[in-house]
Design a protein around this ligand. Sequence first.
Ligand code: FPP
Length: 246
Amino acid sequence: MDNSTKELTLENIPNHVAIIMDGNGRWAKNKNLPRTKGHQEGMDAVRRVAIRASKRGIRVLTLYAFSTENWKRPIEEVRFLMQLPSQFFNTFMPEIQKNNIQVQVTGFTQKLPITTRRAVNRAVKETQDNDGMILNFALNYGGRAEIVFATKKIAQAVIDGTIKTDDITEELIESSLQTSMLGEYQNVDLLIRSSGEQRLSNFLLWQNAYSEFYFSVTKWPDYDGDSLDEALLEFQKRQRRFGSVQ
Ligand code: FPP
């Protein structure tokens, strides 16, 4: 079959899809609305995409909801973003449960406001027995900060004598990262960024080493299940070689 007319199959679905949900602010600006309205609409896009991802058999969906750099935004916007997780879980927990989705979180969560932390921890706890897709929110996450943190932890173990420098392997580094709870699905297979920007923005630097990149011009509040399917179809057309030849 001609590659351009290929249809989505449920066989070659990426295990770990990570999304940089970009374009909320521009979406709102184009409609003469405050930026927060873009984030509000973005919350519903999270629901739409998570449900479709779980139906497609994706094992882990990691969403970049707040970066370690996002604190630089105006205080009202930061406040709004910080209450979104509780709003999201209060509204959609029944749907999350119905779809057997397990909630997880990645990032420096201890620095989040207590109300945000409580909402997220509660959602993690309430869904811990679900064995469907992991919906992993990257909150106060930064790839470089994550690597620095892991490096310090490993250096301390060398100083303490619990490991030798020769014990530092890729596996040890992976087990020291904030995504270690994802086990065999820790590394990203498909990275999606919405809104037409083409950058990684400090997102899962280690974990994206061999991922396929897909950039969509759709702004995040307009992103939906069909947008995800387009990215999955494109993924199925790619040939992954992991540095080898084919
Ligand atoms: C980037 O768009 C988006 C964010 C920094 C926030 C992402 C958050 C959501 C989509 C809602 C998350 C929902 C939950 C449940 C946590 P931008 O504001 O940088 O857009 P711009 O580049 O157009 O200004």
